[in-house]
Design a protein around this ligand. Structure first.
Ligand SMILES: [Fe+2]
Length: 330
């Protein structure tokens, strides 16, 4: 699965990208506004080069790592004590830079009830979350999952920028296309017999709707199988042993085909959320300003050639969780 997954940004691209990001910040842009409106964001030549570096998602084989793309953005300051802390300007270039890269792939969005509705999220260990199945955890490994698997409008692409990772804690990736599901298991897992609920990183929504619209775990054709998977937050709608056993075979299969990426400061990881499930190794938090610190952005693809998600997903309510789009630039 690794193949051409890793690319390195040239020094000139890094410098030019950093200069463009800082110019936009000086002009008043933030991560939440830089993509708003119709004003030009990146110089066309640079945007074209970055698009070439990212490549077509259909050729990623599920994910791509761009080494060093953010390496010239500057020192981000100490890792925040909590994901909700957003005061301080040192990491703003990472937020704006990540939003801009997301904008090259499609529509960047956030969730009203997640991380204050911001478009770029902090992923860092936070006290009290150590053993939860959310991005702020640490001492418990983050289990295989599709990002926001509970929602029919979940991201097509998940982008993670690394600001700091002193212990090289592994981001784990596994492709549904690598595990070679049997025909019988593919048939079973195409049945809409489970529900995925929102994870604990979402504030409760007073207007939350519950229901039992069953979802399919896999869909698509042989060479282009797609997946939607989050066992931690899954409720089965059937006791059918053939289905339950096929579902249970997924986790060891993902383990067997796991790829571990130790992100380094300045690296960008791009994940196809329909093809690859992801997780993270366990690690002891430091809580001293030197902890692992990633930034996350979610993107809906503009590419209509992607394998379509099951049409039945349109009947889902997404538990009332609403997306947030870029705000207009002042
Ligand atoms: Fe995740």
């Amino acid at each position: 699965m690794t193949g051409t997954a890793f690319r390195t940004a040239s020094h000139s691209t890094r410098r030019e990208f950093s200069a463009a990001v800082h110019r936009l910040i000086q002009a008043g842009a933030t991560a939440d506004t830089v993509l708003g409106g119709t004003r030009r964001q990146l110089p066309p030549g640079l945007a074209q080069r970055l698009t070439g570096l990212i490549g077509a998602p259909a050729e990623w084989n599920g994910f791509r790592v761009l080494r060093g793309l953010f390496a010239d953005l500057g020192e981000p300051g100490p890792t925040r004590a909590h994901w909700s802390e957003t005061n301080g300007a040192a990491d703003v270039p990472y937020d704006v830079g990540l939003a801009l890269i997301g904008g090259l792939l499609g529509e960047v969005f956030g969730w009203i009830n997640q991380q204050g509705g911001r478009l770029v999220h902090n992923i860092l260990p936070s006290p009290g979350y150590e053993t939860q199945q959310v991005g702020a955890s640490s001492t418990l490994a983050l289990a295989w999952h599709t990002e926001d698997g509970f929602h029919p409008e979940r991201a097509d692409f998940l982008l993670l920028a690394c600001l700091r990772n002193p212990d090289r804690v592994a981001t784990r990736l596994a492709s549904i296309r690598d595990i070679k599901l049997s025909d019988a298991d593919t048939v079973q897992l195409s049945r809409p017999l489970l529900v995925i609920e929102p994870d604990d990183s979402y504030a409760p929504d007073p207007g939350r709707k519950d229901g039992t619209v069953g979802i399919r775990t896999v869909w698509g054709s042989d060479g282009a199988l797609c997946v939607r998977y989050d066992p931690t937050y899954t409720q089965m709608l059937t006791p059918d042993p053939a289905f339950i056993e096929a579902y249970a075979r997924l986790e060891p299969a993902f383990e067997e085909h796991a790829v571990e990426v130790g992100l380094e400061p300045g690296d960008l990881l791009l994940v196809d959320n329909d093809v690859v499930v992801h997780g993270r190794s366990a690690f002891p938090p430091r809580y001293d300003g030197t902890d692992r610190w990633l930034k996350r952005v979610l993107v809906r693809s503009a590419d209509t050639g992607r394998p379509a998600r099951p049409p039945q997903e349109r009947e889902e309510h997404g538990f009332g969780q609403q997306r947030v789009r870029p705000a207009p630039r002042p």
